[in-house]
Design a protein around this ligand. Structure first.
Ligand code: PEP
Length: 252
């Protein structure tokens, strides 16, 4: 089954109104995708409406970096899936390791966020991955399974097969140390096998699994050549239009 690759830029807490507009303009002219791949950017919350407007009628999707499980309420500083959808977002990143690490977000809470994304018709990109210590102690597989078990516990199998997974080894994020294509492929294969058990062969074959962790123009081709890597989640390199355009334009 062929899966449409999805290349997503996570701008994290970078850019302001004017530098974000400039980046949007550069992306509009720099990214020349054929219809065979999807592209998205996840700007900081405050910049979402501006970026959405600036990218209107382009092929670049806009998404949020985070979401709260509730539709509305007294949760100062938070944003709901419905609010993201109302400003034109079509996807949302859930469970980024920086949210897990700095804001103590655990897998069960992240599961509630996945349900919120479905409620508002957003595609959730669910991030998971092991730390360096976990990898070195041989715990990678157990960690990935535990993260999936807990976050997917309240989803039905059809819902589970509609999420987008991003495998982001924590030791590779923002470090310049990327997983080799073979190492990433091993974990992607394991994730697909997990979903095969959960949703059957068709659901598992439909599932898009992105890789994230120091993806750059010079390593994207090797990663995207792997059979179970269906796109990339890009942090640092997505802040530079030429680098991001080259990543989108990966060649296998
Ligand atoms: C990320 O923010 O999800 C990420 C992978 O960052 P970087 O590409 O900078 O490692």
């Amino acid at each position: 089954m062929s899966r449409i690759p999805f290349i997503v830029g996570n701008w994290k807490m970078y850019k302001n109104a004017s530098s974000a507009m400039e980046l949007c303009d550069q992306l509009r002219t720099g990214i020349r995708t054929a219809g065979d791949r999807e592209v998205g950017v996840a700007p900081p919350l405050a910049l979402l409406p501006l970026v959405q407007q600036r990218l209107e009628n382009s092929r670049i999707r806009v998404g949020g970096q985070n979401v709260h499980p509730q539709a509305e309420g007294a949760f100062t500083g938070e944003v709901s899936a419905e609010m993201l959808a109302s400003v034109g977002c079509s996807f949302v990143i859930i469970g980024h390791s920086e949210r897990r690490q700095h804001f103590n977000e655990g897998d069960s809470f992240l599961g509630a966020k996945l349900l919120a994304a479905f409620r508002a018709q957003l595609d959730p990109i669910f991030c998971l991955g092991e730390t360096l210590q976990e990898r070195e102690s041989g715990a990678t597989e157990g960690v990935i399974r535990r993260q999936l078990d807990k976050a997917l516990a309240s989803l039905t199998p059809p819902q589970a097969s509609r999420i987008i997974v991003a495998y982001e080894p924590v030791w590779a994020i923002g470090t310049g140390r990327t997983a080799t294509p073979e190492t990433a492929q091993q974990v992607h294969h394991l994730i697909r096998e997990y979903f095969r058990g959960l949703c059957g062969i068709e659901g598992a074959n439909r599932l898009r699994i992105l890789y994230g962790g120091s993806v750059k123009p010079d390593n994207v081709d090797g990663l995207m050549a792997q059979p179970d890597i269906d796109g990339t989640l890009v942090g640092g390199a997505s802040l530079n239009a030429a680098d991001f355009a080259r990543i989108v334009d990966y060649r296998t």
